[in-house]
Unconditional design. Structure first.
Length: 231
């Protein structure tokens, strides 16, 4: 159904999905993870050659889930009204502020800035947004550049900032429709799964309505942070 540049591929498996890495034809030592939606369970199948010492001699830190974790969790979250977003999240007055953007856009910078002001950081790189009871919550994940900053807690999303979309030291509020598009650009999407993708579209739309969305430029000093605090 889908191949990601040879790193992994997705295929239909009964009522769920299967993921194989590397993709067929891209190399040997394949690993396959199959997931049943109704049974709510998955199985990991390994090439027998992977289990012997000679096969792993050149890869002492081999991860059997390498390249499979993100496609599997992306599909799993989507079927539970959740989406994995390339973003940082911090707690401000008991609610989550999301800072979304690609690598190098400043997510870790903003996380550290709020941490230095005594705020809880949920994550500084990847966040799960999930719709629960009609509202969107943000949760920390196990993937951090700086684990000491992060917390696995969850809280309601109150504001969303899209990084480096305007000139430096600028913050500008935008419409929910534009925010939905920008949020989807920062999200992992199971495009091979129409039902899961539709669920993510609904979560992103709800998040854009629930949380005030802003474009945020690069901060040249602490002045922009002070402005955010009083928005």
């Amino acid at each position: 159904m889908f191949s990601s540049a040879g790193a992994w591929a997705a295929f239909r498996w009964k009522d769920g999905w299967g993921f194989v890495s590397p993709a067929p034809g891209a190399g040997d030592r394949q690993r396959t993870l199959i997931w049943s939606v109704q049974a709510e369970q998955s199985e990991l199948w390994l090439n027998p050659d992977l289990c012997g010492r000679p096969a792993l001699a050149d890869r002492p830190h081999f991860d059997p889930l390498e390249n499979l974790t993100f496609p599997f969790l992306t599909a799993l979250f989507a079927r539970h009204r959740g989406v994995l977003v390339h973003a940082a999240a911090v707690e401000v007055d008991g609610q989550a502020w999301i800072f979304a953007g690609p690598s190098g856009s400043g997510k870790s910078h903003w996380a550290r800035q709020w941490h230095e002001r005594g705020m809880t950081v949920l994550d500084e790189d990847r966040v799960v947004l999930r719709q629960l009871g009609g509202q969107v919550w943000a949760f920390g994940t196990p993937w951090h550049a700086e684990p000491r900053l992060c917390s696995p807690r969850g809280m309601l999303v109150e504001r969303t900032f899209f990084l480096q979309q305007v000139e430096s030291d600028t913050v500008r509020e935008i419409r929910p429709a534009a925010a939905t598009t920008l949020l989807l650009r920062s999200s992992w999407l199971p495009i091979y799964d129409p039902e899961g993708t539709q669920s993510i579209l609904e979560v992103a739309g709800q998040a854009a309505i629930q949380a005030r969305p802003f474009l945020l430029g690069h901060a040249s000093g602490n002045g922009l942070l002070d402005r955010l605090a009083v928005l």
